[in-house]
Design a protein around this ligand. Sequence first.
Ligand code: BTN
Length: 322
Amino acid sequence: MKFEQVIALLADGEVHSGEELGNLLGVSRTAVWKQLKKFEGLGLELVSVKGRGYRLEGGLELLDPQRLADLSGQVRPLVSQLDVLGSMDSTNNLAMQRAREGRGHGYVCLAEHQTAGRGRHGRQWVSPYGRNIYLSLCWRFAGGAAVLEGLSLAVGVAIVRALSANGIGGVQLKWPNDLLWREKKVAGVLLEMMGDASGECHVIVGVGLNVHMTEGEAGQIDQPWASLSAINPGISRNRLAMALINELIHLLSGYQDRGFAGLREEWESLNAYAGEAVEIRAGDQVTRGVALGVNDAGALRLKTDDGEQLIVGGEASLRRPG
Ligand code: BTN
Protein backbone atom coordinates (compact mmCIF):
# COMPACT_ATOMS: atom_id res chain seq x y z
CA MET A 1 0.00 0.00 0.00
CA LYS A 2 1.44 3.33 -1.09
CA PHE A 3 0.86 5.24 2.08
CA GLU A 4 2.73 2.65 4.13
CA GLN A 5 5.61 2.86 1.64
CA VAL A 6 5.82 6.58 2.32
CA ILE A 7 5.92 5.98 6.06
CA ALA A 8 8.64 3.36 5.59
CA LEU A 9 10.65 5.90 3.60
CA LEU A 10 10.28 8.65 6.16
CA ALA A 11 11.01 6.24 9.00
CA ASP A 12 14.75 6.97 8.67
CA GLY A 13 14.18 10.47 10.06
CA GLU A 14 16.04 12.08 7.12
CA VAL A 15 14.71 14.84 4.88
CA HIS A 16 12.94 13.55 1.76
CA SER A 17 12.06 15.82 -1.11
CA GLY A 18 8.57 16.44 -2.39
CA GLU A 19 9.66 15.04 -5.74
CA GLU A 20 10.79 11.72 -4.23
CA LEU A 21 7.56 11.41 -2.27
CA GLY A 22 5.53 12.48 -5.30
CA ASN A 23 7.04 9.69 -7.37
CA LEU A 24 6.24 7.14 -4.69
CA LEU A 25 2.68 8.32 -4.30
CA GLY A 26 2.24 8.64 -8.04
CA VAL A 27 1.09 12.22 -7.72
CA SER A 28 2.48 15.61 -8.67
CA ARG A 29 4.76 17.45 -6.26
CA THR A 30 2.02 19.95 -5.59
CA ALA A 31 -0.34 17.14 -4.57
CA VAL A 32 2.21 15.70 -2.15
CA TRP A 33 1.37 18.27 0.50
CA LYS A 34 -2.26 17.20 0.47
CA GLN A 35 -1.26 13.57 0.86
CA LEU A 36 1.01 14.40 3.73
CA LYS A 37 -1.92 15.96 5.53
CA LYS A 38 -2.84 12.35 6.26
CA PHE A 39 0.02 12.28 8.73
CA GLU A 40 -2.01 14.49 11.02
CA GLY A 41 -4.68 11.78 11.07
CA LEU A 42 -2.01 9.35 12.23
CA GLY A 43 -1.06 11.59 15.11
CA LEU A 44 2.45 12.12 13.79
CA GLU A 45 4.41 15.34 13.58
CA LEU A 46 5.85 15.86 10.14
CA VAL A 47 8.41 18.66 9.88
CA SER A 48 8.57 20.63 6.65
CA VAL A 49 12.15 21.71 5.89
CA LYS A 50 12.02 24.79 3.70
CA GLY A 51 13.24 24.18 0.16
CA ARG A 52 14.32 20.60 0.93
CA GLY A 53 11.31 18.48 1.78
CA TYR A 54 9.88 16.70 4.78
CA ARG A 55 11.25 14.94 7.82
CA LEU A 56 9.68 12.73 10.50
CA GLU A 57 11.04 13.93 13.83
CA GLY A 58 13.34 11.29 15.34
CA GLY A 59 12.45 8.68 12.69
CA LEU A 60 10.44 5.53 13.43
CA GLU A 61 11.30 1.91 14.18
CA LEU A 62 8.39 0.13 12.54
CA LEU A 63 7.17 -3.18 13.94
CA ASP A 64 8.69 -6.15 12.17
CA PRO A 65 6.39 -9.22 12.17
CA GLN A 66 9.30 -11.56 11.52
CA ARG A 67 11.31 -10.32 14.49
CA LEU A 68 8.22 -10.39 16.67
CA ALA A 69 7.48 -13.99 15.81
CA ASP A 70 10.83 -14.93 17.33
CA LEU A 71 9.33 -15.59 20.76
CA SER A 72 10.87 -17.76 23.41
CA GLY A 73 10.55 -21.51 22.80
CA GLN A 74 8.38 -21.88 25.89
CA VAL A 75 5.91 -19.20 24.86
CA ARG A 76 5.62 -19.77 21.10
CA PRO A 77 3.34 -22.85 21.27
CA LEU A 78 0.98 -20.95 23.57
CA VAL A 79 0.37 -18.14 21.05
CA SER A 80 -2.40 -19.24 18.68
CA GLN A 81 -1.98 -16.25 16.35
CA LEU A 82 0.13 -13.10 16.28
CA ASP A 83 -1.10 -10.20 14.14
CA VAL A 84 0.91 -7.05 13.49
CA LEU A 85 -1.35 -4.42 12.00
CA GLY A 86 -1.10 -0.88 10.68
CA SER A 87 -3.88 1.53 11.53
CA MET A 88 -7.00 0.24 13.31
CA ASP A 89 -9.60 1.31 15.87
CA SER A 90 -8.40 -0.53 18.98
CA THR A 91 -6.35 -3.70 19.46
CA ASN A 92 -8.64 -4.60 22.39
CA ASN A 93 -11.64 -4.48 20.02
CA LEU A 94 -9.90 -6.83 17.62
CA ALA A 95 -8.95 -9.30 20.36
CA MET A 96 -12.52 -9.21 21.62
CA GLN A 97 -13.79 -9.92 18.13
CA ARG A 98 -11.51 -12.98 17.96
CA ALA A 99 -12.88 -14.17 21.29
CA ARG A 100 -16.45 -13.81 19.99
CA GLU A 101 -15.50 -15.90 16.96
CA GLY A 102 -14.17 -18.62 19.26
CA ARG A 103 -10.54 -17.95 18.22
CA GLY A 104 -9.52 -15.87 21.20
CA HIS A 105 -7.40 -18.09 23.42
CA GLY A 106 -3.71 -17.29 22.89
CA TYR A 107 -4.46 -14.53 20.37
CA VAL A 108 -2.00 -11.60 20.34
CA CYS A 109 -2.14 -8.43 18.28
CA LEU A 110 -0.14 -5.24 17.95
CA ALA A 111 -0.94 -2.14 15.92
CA GLU A 112 1.16 0.78 14.71
CA HIS A 113 -1.74 3.18 15.24
CA GLN A 114 -5.14 3.25 16.94
CA THR A 115 -7.92 5.60 15.90
CA ALA A 116 -10.02 4.77 18.97
CA GLY A 117 -7.51 3.55 21.57
CA ARG A 118 -9.31 3.08 24.89
CA GLY A 119 -8.04 3.78 28.38
CA ARG A 120 -9.57 3.17 31.79
CA HIS A 121 -12.49 5.29 33.00
CA GLY A 122 -13.74 5.78 29.44
CA ARG A 123 -10.71 7.85 28.51
CA GLN A 124 -9.12 7.93 25.09
CA TRP A 125 -5.61 6.43 24.78
CA VAL A 126 -3.45 8.65 22.58
CA SER A 127 -1.96 6.33 19.93
CA PRO A 128 0.23 8.05 17.31
CA TYR A 129 1.55 5.89 14.45
CA GLY A 130 4.75 3.95 15.09
CA ARG A 131 5.74 5.76 18.27
CA ASN A 132 4.44 3.56 21.06
CA ILE A 133 3.31 -0.01 21.75
CA TYR A 134 -0.36 -0.96 21.54
CA LEU A 135 -0.73 -4.62 22.40
CA SER A 136 -3.66 -6.90 23.24
CA LEU A 137 -3.69 -10.53 24.31
CA CYS A 138 -6.65 -12.79 24.85
CA TRP A 139 -6.73 -15.68 27.32
CA ARG A 140 -9.47 -18.10 28.37
CA PHE A 141 -10.03 -18.86 32.05
CA ALA A 142 -12.30 -21.32 33.80
CA GLY A 143 -13.75 -20.46 37.19
CA GLY A 144 -15.03 -16.99 36.40
CA ALA A 145 -14.15 -13.54 37.54
CA ALA A 146 -12.85 -14.65 40.95
CA VAL A 147 -9.81 -16.25 39.31
CA LEU A 148 -8.98 -12.90 37.83
CA GLU A 149 -8.59 -11.03 41.08
CA GLY A 150 -5.21 -9.42 41.09
CA LEU A 151 -4.58 -10.11 37.40
CA SER A 152 -4.35 -6.43 36.51
CA LEU A 153 -1.67 -5.96 39.21
CA ALA A 154 0.17 -9.07 38.03
CA VAL A 155 0.20 -7.67 34.49
CA GLY A 156 1.92 -4.55 35.88
CA VAL A 157 4.66 -6.72 37.38
CA ALA A 158 5.11 -8.60 34.07
CA ILE A 159 5.49 -5.30 32.22
CA VAL A 160 8.12 -4.04 34.69
CA ARG A 161 10.06 -7.28 34.15
CA ALA A 162 9.96 -6.78 30.36
CA LEU A 163 11.14 -3.19 30.81
CA SER A 164 14.03 -4.22 33.07
CA ALA A 165 15.16 -6.75 30.45
CA ASN A 166 15.31 -3.81 28.01
CA GLY A 167 17.49 -1.58 30.15
CA ILE A 168 14.62 0.43 31.61
CA GLY A 169 14.80 0.73 35.39
CA GLY A 170 13.12 2.95 37.95
CA VAL A 171 9.55 2.30 36.78
CA GLN A 172 7.04 1.95 39.63
CA LEU A 173 3.46 0.76 39.92
CA LYS A 174 0.45 2.76 40.96
CA TRP A 175 -2.46 0.68 42.16
CA PRO A 176 -4.23 -0.90 40.45
CA ASN A 177 -2.14 -0.95 37.28
CA ASP A 178 -0.52 2.27 36.06
CA LEU A 179 3.21 2.35 35.42
CA LEU A 180 4.99 5.51 36.50
CA TRP A 181 8.43 6.96 36.10
CA ARG A 182 9.23 9.95 38.29
CA GLU A 183 5.48 10.26 38.94
CA LYS A 184 4.69 10.43 35.23
CA LYS A 185 2.64 7.78 33.49
CA VAL A 186 4.62 5.68 30.99
CA ALA A 187 2.16 2.81 30.50
CA GLY A 188 -1.37 1.68 31.26
CA VAL A 189 -3.33 -1.56 31.31
CA LEU A 190 -6.97 -2.10 30.34
CA LEU A 191 -8.47 -5.48 31.21
CA GLU A 192 -11.79 -6.41 29.65
CA MET A 193 -13.75 -9.56 30.34
CA MET A 194 -16.11 -11.46 28.08
CA GLY A 195 -18.32 -14.40 28.86
CA ASP A 196 -19.63 -15.95 32.03
CA ALA A 197 -18.64 -14.14 35.23
CA SER A 198 -18.98 -17.40 37.16
CA GLY A 199 -17.80 -19.90 34.55
CA GLU A 200 -15.64 -19.84 31.46
CA CYS A 201 -14.58 -16.40 30.33
CA HIS A 202 -12.10 -14.67 28.08
CA VAL A 203 -9.95 -11.84 29.30
CA ILE A 204 -8.52 -9.24 26.98
CA VAL A 205 -5.32 -7.74 28.36
CA GLY A 206 -4.66 -4.41 26.65
CA VAL A 207 -1.31 -2.75 27.22
CA GLY A 208 -0.29 0.71 26.06
CA LEU A 209 3.33 1.86 26.47
CA ASN A 210 4.60 5.33 25.64
CA VAL A 211 7.90 4.61 23.93
CA HIS A 212 8.99 7.48 21.66
CA MET A 213 6.02 9.87 21.79
CA THR A 214 6.81 13.58 21.37
CA GLU A 215 5.18 16.49 23.24
CA GLY A 216 3.35 17.60 20.11
CA GLU A 217 1.93 14.14 19.51
CA ALA A 218 0.78 13.74 23.10
CA GLY A 219 -1.20 16.99 22.81
CA GLN A 220 -4.43 16.19 24.61
CA ILE A 221 -3.16 13.96 27.45
CA ASP A 222 -4.56 15.47 30.65
CA GLN A 223 -2.14 13.96 33.19
CA PRO A 224 1.65 13.94 33.66
CA TRP A 225 3.19 11.43 31.22
CA ALA A 226 6.61 10.42 29.91
CA SER A 227 8.06 8.26 27.15
CA LEU A 228 10.29 5.31 28.01
CA SER A 229 12.91 6.72 25.64
CA ALA A 230 13.56 9.33 28.35
CA ILE A 231 14.90 6.47 30.50
CA ASN A 232 16.68 4.55 27.73
CA PRO A 233 17.04 6.50 24.48
CA GLY A 234 18.27 3.38 22.64
CA ILE A 235 15.08 1.42 23.32
CA SER A 236 13.82 -0.83 20.49
CA ARG A 237 10.05 -1.20 20.00
CA ASN A 238 10.47 -4.64 18.47
CA ARG A 239 12.65 -5.97 21.29
CA LEU A 240 10.40 -4.47 23.90
CA ALA A 241 7.23 -5.81 22.28
CA MET A 242 8.75 -9.27 22.11
CA ALA A 243 9.80 -9.18 25.76
CA LEU A 244 6.30 -8.05 26.70
CA ILE A 245 4.61 -10.89 24.82
CA ASN A 246 7.00 -13.39 26.42
CA GLU A 247 6.35 -12.10 29.95
CA LEU A 248 2.59 -11.73 29.53
CA ILE A 249 1.97 -15.13 27.96
CA HIS A 250 4.16 -16.71 30.64
CA LEU A 251 2.09 -14.95 33.31
CA LEU A 252 -1.30 -15.77 31.77
CA SER A 253 -0.48 -19.44 31.25
CA GLY A 254 0.21 -19.95 34.95
CA TYR A 255 -2.29 -17.54 36.44
CA GLN A 256 -5.25 -19.88 36.79
CA ASP A 257 -3.21 -22.09 39.14
CA ARG A 258 -0.94 -19.57 40.80
CA GLY A 259 -2.95 -16.35 41.08
CA PHE A 260 -1.50 -13.10 42.40
CA ALA A 261 -0.22 -14.20 45.80
CA GLY A 262 3.22 -15.25 44.52
CA LEU A 263 3.73 -11.85 42.89
CA ARG A 264 2.52 -9.80 45.83
CA GLU A 265 5.94 -9.17 47.29
CA GLU A 266 7.35 -8.05 43.96
CA TRP A 267 4.36 -5.74 43.46
CA GLU A 268 4.88 -4.23 46.91
CA SER A 269 8.54 -3.56 46.14
CA LEU A 270 7.44 -1.55 43.09
CA ASN A 271 4.59 0.31 44.82
CA ALA A 272 4.96 4.05 44.11
CA TYR A 273 2.63 5.04 46.97
CA ALA A 274 3.73 2.71 49.77
CA GLY A 275 2.89 4.27 53.15
CA GLU A 276 1.58 7.48 51.59
CA ALA A 277 -1.61 9.43 52.22
CA VAL A 278 -3.92 8.89 49.25
CA GLU A 279 -7.52 9.28 48.23
CA ILE A 280 -9.49 6.67 46.33
CA ARG A 281 -12.26 7.71 44.00
CA ALA A 282 -14.90 5.30 42.81
CA GLY A 283 -17.78 7.07 41.09
CA ASP A 284 -18.83 9.92 43.42
CA GLN A 285 -17.33 8.26 46.46
CA VAL A 286 -14.02 9.44 47.88
CA THR A 287 -12.18 7.49 50.61
CA ARG A 288 -9.08 8.91 52.26
CA GLY A 289 -6.38 7.01 54.08
CA VAL A 290 -2.85 5.69 54.03
CA ALA A 291 -1.94 3.13 51.33
CA LEU A 292 -0.55 0.19 53.32
CA GLY A 293 -0.05 -2.16 50.40
CA VAL A 294 -2.12 -4.92 48.80
CA ASN A 295 -3.48 -8.30 49.91
CA ASP A 296 -3.08 -11.68 48.19
CA ALA A 297 -6.02 -10.91 45.90
CA GLY A 298 -4.63 -7.54 44.80
CA ALA A 299 -7.06 -5.41 46.83
CA LEU A 300 -5.60 -2.17 48.21
CA ARG A 301 -5.21 -2.08 51.99
CA LEU A 302 -6.17 1.40 53.07
CA LYS A 303 -5.72 2.59 56.65
CA THR A 304 -8.61 4.94 57.34
CA ASP A 305 -9.95 6.64 60.51
CA ASP A 306 -12.43 3.75 60.73
CA GLY A 307 -9.75 1.05 60.51
CA GLU A 308 -8.31 -0.88 57.59
CA GLN A 309 -10.45 -1.05 54.46
CA LEU A 310 -9.95 -3.24 51.41
CA ILE A 311 -10.51 -1.52 48.09
CA VAL A 312 -11.00 -3.64 44.99
CA GLY A 313 -9.89 -2.45 41.53
CA GLY A 314 -12.76 -2.08 39.08
CA GLU A 315 -13.39 1.58 38.48
CA ALA A 316 -11.48 2.85 41.51
CA SER A 317 -8.58 5.25 41.02
CA LEU A 318 -5.92 6.44 43.42
CA ARG A 319 -4.40 9.90 43.73
CA ARG A 320 -2.60 12.14 46.18
CA PRO A 321 -5.05 14.25 48.21
CA GLY A 322 -5.21 17.57 46.44
C1 BTN B 1 -5.14 3.16 30.95
O1 BTN B 1 -6.05 4.00 30.87
O2 BTN B 1 -4.20 3.33 31.73
C2 BTN B 1 -5.18 1.92 30.10
C3 BTN B 1 -4.63 2.15 28.71
C4 BTN B 1 -4.66 0.93 27.83
C5 BTN B 1 -4.31 1.23 26.40
C6 BTN B 1 -4.13 0.01 25.59
S1 BTN B 1 -3.36 0.33 24.02
C7 BTN B 1 -3.70 -1.30 23.50
C8 BTN B 1 -5.09 -1.64 23.99
N1 BTN B 1 -6.09 -1.20 23.05
C9 BTN B 1 -6.86 -0.22 23.55
O3 BTN B 1 -7.79 0.33 22.95
N2 BTN B 1 -6.48 0.05 24.82
C10 BTN B 1 -5.38 -0.78 25.24
